[in-house]
Write a protein that binds this ligand. Structure first.
Ligand code: SAH
Ligand code: SF4
Ligand code: F3S
Length: 442
């Protein structure tokens, strides 16, 4: 049969979807190419914010007519939203055209549930939190067509941090590290297929290894990965500031193929709010880590995440955050309006901030950050950066897109013989808020 997978959400889901595809493939199914031809439609969902959830639900709702036209097809919902109990219940009661609802813990079972549903038409729900059948099935199954120059590799799943606003620990479960051997074997296989750049992924990569035997930590894993022959670039995300140690910084300083790019979400620049968020650090601590990073890597790209309108955030609290952001001079900040997630502690906190105020604060934050992002990029004008080529830019085939070591998009006029995944030098001539442009240096 023909399948189609629609993916919402973060890299975790983007990584899981091809694995689901592989599993379906191994049962004899083929990609449909377009959704209207599919017999099996899988929707891999996100629920980190309400907007993510309504997008997924809207999409699922729009599939009802497919099911009416072709009653024999299977519509399956998986991913984080399927694992969120109240939404799973909504799917069960109100989205009757959905045949299978399969949470993140049962991902490896999804293809079998689909088969079962296709054969007997009985709806299946598996949203149980369970840890007994995961790692092996989640490994990448590489095929001849997997010759991408860059890839992402999960190093740990789940999260133990329970930031008070966040749903992820509930839908992705407790943190568990993949074994270093498994990670390195997977990377070696990717490299053998032509991969030059790896991004190590986890909700909190810095706590890697605490659940493994043999004194593993993230710094040691980076050393192992860095020693794999044939890798030009290693990136990682996300780093939790609390677990971002000096030892890690010192280790990275010795590893030239680990990119000087750090995504270090601060979330707020006000200690009272940080505490209410259960982030486990103060702004002074964060400032110290940032200073140590920049001392060691003056050219590093540092980006962050911020939430505005956390319950109880006053104008004064927010002003403190604005001040802190101005001080930190991030290369970019991903800014989010606080979204109430049922089941999290913050959802029932008093003094929820009105939507209007949240929107205003978001705007104020961007008004401060965007000029800083631009100024950070302008510092690179006149410099020559080593970039990894990606492909023709989206709007103009004559212009190629590439990434600097810091992960910034660098555009340059195309020449003959370019392939994705080449290291080239580009002299930067122009800076914008979200990208740089220049020309190739011979
Ligand atoms: N584990 C990562 C990423 C988690 S989700 C980390 O700790 O940084 C990515 C971002 O979504 C978070 O950094 C946070 O800024 C944002 N986020 C999470 N829950 C949110 C919520 N309820 N409302 C608004 N933004 C949220
Ligand atoms: Fe969510 Fe916090 Fe875990 Fe990140 S560290 S996934 S924000 S609970
Ligand atoms: Fe990612 Fe969304 Fe799940 S951000 S971990 S897909 S809730």
């Amino acid at each position: 049969m023909l399948y189609h997978i629609e993916t919402f959400g973060c890299q975790m889901n983007e990584n899981d979807s091809p694995i689901i595809g592989d599993l379906l493939h191994s049962l004899g199914h083929q990609p449909a190419g377009e959704i209207s031809k599919a017999d099996i439609i899988v929707i891999n969902t996100c629920c980190v914010r309400e907007t993510a959830e309504s997008r997924a639900l809207g999409f699922i709702g729009s599939l009802k007519h497919y099911k009416e036209l072709n009653p024999g097809i299977c519509i399956a919902v998986c991913g984080c939203m399927a694992q969120k109990s109240d939404t799973a219940e909504v799917l069960r009661k109100k989205y009757r055209h959905v045949g299978v609802v399969c949470g993140t813990f049962a991902m490896a079972q999804l293809p079998y549930y689909i088969e079962q549903y296709l054969s007997d038409g009985q709806r299946i729900f598996d949203v149980e939190e369970r840890y007994d059948r995961e790692d092996i099935q989640r490994d990448k199954h590489l095929s001849e067509s997997d010759n991408n120059y860059k890839a992402q590799v999960n190093i740990n799943y789940g999260c133990n941090n329970f930031c008070s606003y966040c749903i992820v620990p509930y839908v992705r479960g407790r943190e568990r590290s993949r074994k270093p051997q498994v990670i390195c074997d997977e990377i070696r296989a990717l490299v053998a297929h032509g991969c030059r750049e790896i991004q190590l992924l986890g909700q909190n990569v810095n706590s890697y290894g605490h659940d493994l035997e043999g004194n593993w930590d993230f710094a040691r894993l980076l050393e192992e990965v860095s020693a794999i022959e044939g890798l030009d670039r290693i990136r990682f995300m996300t780093s939790h500031p609390r677990d971002f140690s000096h030892h890690l910084i010192d280790t990275i300083a010795k590893l030239p193929n680990v990119c000087r790019q750090f995504h270090l979400p601060v979330q707020a620049g006000c200690n009272r709010i940080l505490q209410e968020m259960n982030r486990g650090y103060t702004k002074e601590y964060y400032r110290e880590i940032l200073a140590h990073l920049r001392e060691n890597f003056p050219d590093a790209t540092v980006t962050t995440d911020l939430i505005v309108g956390f319950p109880g955030e006053t104008d004064e609290d927010f002003a403190e955050t604005l001040e802190f952001i101005a001080e930190c001079r991030f290369d970019a900040a991903y800014t989010f309006i606080y979204s109430r997630r049922s089941g999290t502690p913050a959802a029932t906190m008093p003094d929820q901030v009105p939507e209007e105020v949240k929107k205003q604060r978001l705007q104020q934050l961007m008004d401060i950050q965007n000029p800083i992002s631009l100024a950070q990029n302008e510092k690179l004008v006149g410099k020559t950066l080593v970039v990894m080529t990606e492909g023709p830019s989206r709007t103009n085939a004559e212009v190629w897109s590439s990434r600097s070591e810091g992960g910034k998009i660098v555009l340059f006029p195309a020449v003959d013989g370019l392939q994705p995944g080449m290291l080239k030098k580009v002299r930067i001539e122009k800076a914008q808020t979200w990208n740089l442009s220049g020309s190739l240096v011979e």
